[in-house]
Design a protein around this ligand. Structure first.
Ligand SMILES: [Zn+2]
Length: 296
């Protein structure tokens, strides 16, 4: 298994006017060293050197102690819980059924039957068309690819996903029907497969946590199911663990839980990002732990 990408160095602070290099260097030093804890005693100075071994990187900043970490995390989580979920470009997509009909892949009666089934039993139109034998899964994937203007990835013929195993928690993969497929290391671009809906918040979360670009591809449902089954049977590697939490009361409770896991994992770096119905927290230290908190 390939290691997850390491974060890039901090970019220069954005500003409209050019800032003297010495000021930039000082700002970068402060940003790197000043504790994020809102009530930290050492907030306005550089942290005491004796505290170095217990420092934790949170997002792009640092926390000098578990107390400061918990307070800083709580503040960030509160902002995340209040903020809008990232949305993708609001294109007006042709409904999949109509698209397949216009391409002559299905007939009117087949579409009507699938629509009726979806109305009474739920699910997605593509699943019903396959289940009723109207089209193959590949035709659905091609249709979804056209709908979202994304390429098809031949997941059933590839083991490339193993390179990225353990990079995202299974709760995310299973709920959002997605899979990290391949990291193009040179471009630092992560390709992510989706079956019938491209979840932009998941792409944004992966981009934020691994500091890489992300790009969506389309994979078939059965290929994704086969991979998820293999993951359940043989999890990534003992050093990657995950826990899924439901019915959280809010940022205070989440911060308390993350602090406990941070201690367990001997955390050096913690990143979080909203992804669909979750707040996803990745803890990296002696162990890697993914935590998912269901928000709705
Ligand atoms: Zn502090």
């Amino acid at each position: 298994m390939t290691r997850a990408p390491m974060p890039l160095p901090l970019p220069g602070a954005p500003g409209s006017e050019p800032t003297p290099r010495s000021t930039l260097a000082w700002q970068a030093l402060r940003q790197r060293w000043v504790c994020m804890g809102p009530r930290c005693q050492e907030r306005n100075g550089l942290r005491a050197l004796w505290k170095l071994p217990s420092r934790i990187q949170l997002q792009q900043g640092w926390c000098c102690s578990p107390d400061c970490f918990q307070a800083a995390f709580e503040r960030l989580a509160t902002q995340f819980l209040r903020s809008e979920r990232p949305r993708g470009p609001r294109a007006h997509r042709i409904p999949l059924g109509l698209l397949l009909l216009s391409r002559g892949s299905i007939e009117q009666t087949q579409l009507r039957r699938a629509l009726e089934a979806r109305q009474t039993e739920g699910g997605r139109i593509g699943e019903w068309l396959v289940r009723q034998g109207a089209v193959s899964e590949d035709t659905i994937a091609a249709g979804v690819g056209l709908q979202w203007a994304r390429p098809i990835y031949p997941l059933a013929q590839s083991q490339g996903w193993r390179q990225c195993q353990g990079w995202a928690p299974r709760a995310l993969l299973e709920t959002m029907r997605m899979l990290p497929l391949h990291l193009a290391a040179a471009q630092r671009r992560l390709y992510v497969g989706f079956t019938q809906t491209v979840e932009y918040s998941a792409l944004a979360a992966l981009a934020a946590i691994y500091e890489c670009a992300t790009e969506a591809c389309i994979v078939t449902d059965s290929a994704l199911d086969a991979v998820l089954e293999q993951m359940r049977a043989a999890p990534a590697d003992g050093a990657v663990q995950e826990a899924d939490f439901e019915k959280m009361s809010g940022a205070v409770e989440i911060a308390g839980i993350v602090r406990q896991y941070a201690r367990y994992a001997e955390a050096r770096q913690i990143r979080m990002a909203p992804a669909g119905p979750f707040l996803w927290v990745r803890i990296r230290g002696e162990r890697v732990v993914h935590l998912t908190f269901r928000l709705r």
